[in-house]
Ligand binder design. Structure first.
Ligand code: G3P
Length: 220
């Protein structure tokens, strides 16, 4: 499973990229707005840090606007993936951009039916929002398994990108369900590699090693 970071913050991206396990980035208009910089400048900076897909979302809501915006975004860097919302116009724009070999991530997906449409429109990625479904007392994770199963039934190439991830178990469960990608906030990225038994085990190993070194030095 690929791991993406869900942020437009360069410090966060640099920290995650330094681990060597970061495969890409997803942004959305809210995350870009939080940084307060020009969109194009920010995307260029992100693409300089991460060698992988970088999703950048259109803000137009009509077909022509989305296609024009998507083409402009795609020109910024070869790693840009254009994010289109799961609307009728977004679906048409996904088809048009995909036909032009511009990769599209269909976002704001909340049902398997929407995911079928995204795949049929040629999307490179589909982004079901797990956490936002959980927020309304719906089982977000079951959607990942549903989509993976349906895509397998028909051999769709669209990658299932689990989004709106709120904690480490979302990542583990998405992996169990067969998600191709998980996009995480930095907080979850950091939490994933921690285990108290690792820390305790390492402290014990080092304590024993030190004790042996003291013993050897004393016997010599
Ligand atoms: O980038 C899309 C998605 O990951 C947003 O997550 O936490 O705002 O629901 P969240």
């Amino acid at each position: 499973m690929k791991l993406f970071l869900d942020t437009a913050n360069i410090d966060e991206i640099s920290e995650a990229a330094a681990t060597g396990v970061l495969d890409g980035i997803t942004t959305n208009p809210s995350l870009i707005a939080r940084e307060g910089h020009d969109l194009e400048d920010q995307l260029i900076k992100i693409c300089a840090v991460v060698d992988g897909p970088v999703s950048a979302e259109v803000v137009s809501t009509d077909f022509e606007g989305m296609v024009a915006e998507g083409r402009r975004l795609a020109e910024i860097h070869s790693n840009i993936v254009v994010k289109c919302p799961m609307t009728l116009d977004g679906l048409k724009a996904t088809r048009a951009l995909s036909d032009d070999d511009i990769p599209v991530n269909v976002t704001l997906v909340f049902s398997a039916a929407q995911a079928i449409f995204a795949a049929k429109a040629g999307a490179q990625f589909v982004s079901p929002f797990i956490g936002r479904l959980d927020d309304i007392a719906t089982d977000g994770m079951s959607l990942i398994g549903d989509i993976v199963g349906i895509y397998d039934n028909y051999g769709y190439d669209t990658e299932v990108l689990a989004a709106s991830i709120r904690g480490p178990m979302h990542v583990v469960e998405a992996a169990r369900a067969g998600a191709d990608v998980c996009t995480l906030p930095l907080k979850v990225f950091r939490q994933l590699l921690k285990h108290p038994l690792t820390d305790i085990g390492l402290a014990n190993f080092l304590r024993d090693w030190e004790a042996m070194a003291v013993k050897v030095a004393g016997s010599g």
